[in-house]
Design a protein. Structure first.
Length: 224
């Protein structure tokens, strides 16, 4: 990457409105321009202008369905970039003010999605358990062990795909300051927990919570 390209990429995220859009899109869903305008507190026309720059810069992709236009993060690599920058920037952020904001921050810290995998205390606890049980090798970088591959296949129906995306990789958790599991395995784990009804998403943000069935299942499977 040349210095000019790096500067152009940094400029895309240097604007607070565009940064808010990217953080909101870390939930992995596709959003409309009007939805993102509401999140950022800007006019729809302003939102469209900013979204156009993010799409042109390769950070977002546009999806059209009928008359509706949706945008989402362009790839897991873009999500990793945004999450890593958030982890670096978090110490300078002000503490939440007001009961609603405090509760929302606590919910995000407890368990949330980081694009398509689990983060927060729950994501880190699952990652720690995978390592402690010999399913994840963290000594020389994140990698599922042979036992781990068998466990993921048997318990979660996961078979790695031929892809440029790694099977497992570390993602720095911006609230826990430690790594949680990302990559193909992390994404499949999150999706499977949701399909099984073991976690549910909170309306309007990235926070998730364990259901009663999920509490039991995660304890039985991983001691979480």
């Amino acid at each position: 990457m040349t210095a000019v390209a790096l500067a152009e990429l940094a400029a895309l995220l240097a604007d607070r409105t565009r940064a808010r859009f990217c953080v909101a899109l870390l939930d992995g869903r596709a959003w409309t321009a009007s939805e993102l305008a509401g999140v950022a507190g800007v006019a729809p026309s302003t939102a469209s202008e900013h979204l156009g720059r993010l799409v042109a810069g390769g950070l977002l992709v546009e999806r059209r369905q009928g008359r509706h236009r949706y945008v989402q993060l362009a790839s897991p690599q873009v999500a990793q970039l945004v999450e890593d920058m958030a982890a670096f920037a978090t110490p300078a952020q002000a503490a939440p003010v007001g009961l609603r904001a405090v509760r929302a921050a606590a919910a995000l810290a407890e368990a949330r999605t980081c694009y398509d995998h689990l983060a927060g205390r729950l994501g880190v606890a699952i990652t720690d358990s995978l390592g402690a049980r010999g399913l994840l090798d963290r000594a020389g970088g994140f990698a599922l062990t042979s036992t781990g591959l068998d466990w993921f296949a048997t318990e979660l129906g996961f078979v790695p795909a031929r892809s440029r995306r790694p099977v497992a990789r570390p993602c720095l958790d911006w609230t826990e300051r430690r790594s949680h599991l990302a990559g193909q395995a992390g994404a499949h784990l999150c999706a499977q927990l949701e399909r099984n009804g073991w976690i549910t998403r909170r309306e309007g943000d990235r926070a998730v919570r364990r259901t009663a069935a999920g509490e039991t299942a995660l304890h039985d499977l991983l001691g979480v």
